[in-house]
Design a protein around this ligand. Structure first.
Ligand SMILES: Nc1ncnc2c1ncn2[C@@H]1O[C@H](COP(=O)(O)OP(=O)(O)OP(=O)(O)O)[C@@H](O)[C@H]1O
Ligand SMILES: [Mg+2]
Length: 255
């Protein structure tokens, strides 16, 4: 993907959640956002996914111009819908409609939003459910599924649209370690199939193994960026980054 951000600012109640971020990236297949709580990761991800309107700035992702200065281009409803249809989004939790089965959660959006026929939608859903060993759960409703199974269904749903970019906000943070691995494995497989993503995560091992580029955010600014080696072991990293890494990696064991 290609990403251009210029002077992006977003405030909540006069407080800057995103503080004048600029960025130019080319040919990045996976972008990972890390940083302390409240640093602006979710806000940035939501702005890039067209779910949140910034105060100011220019944003272009691939060929989509999402925001120019004080005007959200995509707020032209048609453009917004077009862009939103091309991307996939998975959050921390509660991604599924509770009254639909796992299968319906995948097929209904395909049918209702993307004009697939019932057969086409079922076909695509069943292929994914088999592929990721979720077949036996397809007639269960979300409450009958483990958190890990729910997130994998949510990822299948997002992947079923063959999104141009997948936006993931801490998709494993509500899960037990065992389920976390299941979900990360699935993301990894989607990545190997060529799906590009922007991910917010606290899973540093996964960030290191899956990111082509990492942004470290602090107080709404990018204070460090680079490939995983540069972020995790590079010289001349800001103290804030080194301290954060030491803290977060304190109890990590070699896998
Ligand atoms: N809807 C909102 N209303 C008011 N303030 C908000 C809102 N969303 C975010 N903020 C504030 O903006 C700042 C950035 O929040 P954001 O959720 O982007 O951080 P984050 O890096 O995702 O944190 P975490 O790791 O805890 O998820 C925080 O100070 C937060 O309190
Ligand atoms: Mg967040």
């Amino acid at each position: 993907m290609r990403l251009r951000i210029k002077n992006l600012t977003k405030q909540y109640d006069g407080q800057k959640a995103i503080d004048n971020i600029s960025l130019e990236l080319d040919d990045i297949s996976s972008l990972v956002l890390i940083g302390p709580s409240g640093s602006g990761k979710t806000t940035l991800l939501r702005i890039l996914a067209g779910l949140e309107v910034p105060e100011h700035g220019e944003i272009q992702i691939n060929d989509h111009i999402i925001h120019i200065n004080d005007h959200m281009i995509n707020f032209d409803e048609n453009n917004l819908l077009k862009y939103r249809k091309k991307i996939g989004v998975v959050f921390q939790a509660f991604n599924l409609f509770p009254h639909w089965t796992a299968l319906e959660n995948i097929t209904y959006p395909l049918i209702k939003v993307h004009n697939f026929s019932f057969e086409e939608a079922e076909d695509r859903a069943n292929t994914l459910l088999k592929r990721f060993s979720l077949d036996e759960h397809k007639n269960k409703k979300p409450l009958q599924l483990s958190g890990g199974q729910q997130q994998r269904i949510a990822l299948c749903r997002a992947a079923s649209l063959k999104p141009e970019i997948l936006f993931l906000d801490e998709p494993t943070s509500a899960l037990d370690p065992e389920f976390t691995v299941e979900v990360l494995d699935l993301i990894h497989e989607l990545q190997e199939e060529g799906i590009e993503f922007i991910l917010v995560t606290h899973e540093m091992g996964f960030a290191a193994s899956s990111a082509k580029h990492i942004l470290f955010l602090d107080e709404g600014r990018i204070i460090s960026q680079g490939n995983p080696a540069q972020i995790f072991t590079g010289e001349n990293r800001p103290d804030r980054v080194v301290n954060f890494m030491n803290k977060i990696l304190k109890y990590e064991t070699e896998k």
